[in-house]
Design a protein around this ligand. Sequence first.
Ligand SMILES: [Zn+2]
Length: 246
Amino acid sequence: MLLALRVAARFATRPIPLDKGAIRQLADRLAKQVATWAARQPPDLLLGPDHHMLDWSWEAQVVKGEKMHIHGFFISEPTKSPNLVIGAAAFKPDPFDFEVEGEAAIRIRLNGSKPFKDFLDGEHEGTNGLRYQINNVLVHELSHIAEFRFLQRKDVHRFEDSEEGKKEYYNSPTEVRAYMQQIVDEIMPKARSFKKFVKPVSTHDFVMKLLHTSPRWKQVQPYLKPHSEALILKGVYHELDAAGLV
Ligand SMILES: [Zn+2]
């Protein structure tokens, strides 16, 4: 209990120290798996709706030093979104559902309105690429899993598509921490060169300008209450400080 409290206190103002290298490797593997599958389909045919396909499993250290078994799979869903990956969810498998095993499960949703050829390896690179988008949702969902595991939390917040629903979702403590994680992940790789390039007038100016390059920050920020926004800023400052950039 004491440990759980200590861990909780430590996690409150900074991102959970996820093993980002291992997560990137998993994202690479999954992008290849999807590409191999897509290559076997008629290139111009749309993915369409599908349930539970392309299973994968991952035995890894989500948080350094702790091994766990995660089961994952993909589904596809037609949508107007321009992205290849339209969302993901982490959950604890139902012990009576034999299709999903492992200590935790992740469902990744692919855009069913895109043709199979869009999912081929190397088709889109950078932030439009499958690899990047899978990595991005994995970071979010794995931070939930790490939190469930270490803090024994069970409250998964579902996204509701109303203004009130969004406000509640984005300000729930577990979502604040998961988005903090994704935002940090989006800004850190470019932080150093960005600082040289924009020549900020102050630390605050640097952090705010840097944040505006994060798609996740732009998505979440309009809904944040001051307390949640302050928590994310603390997490961002912590990471920039650890990298010697503020
Ligand atoms: Zn979430």
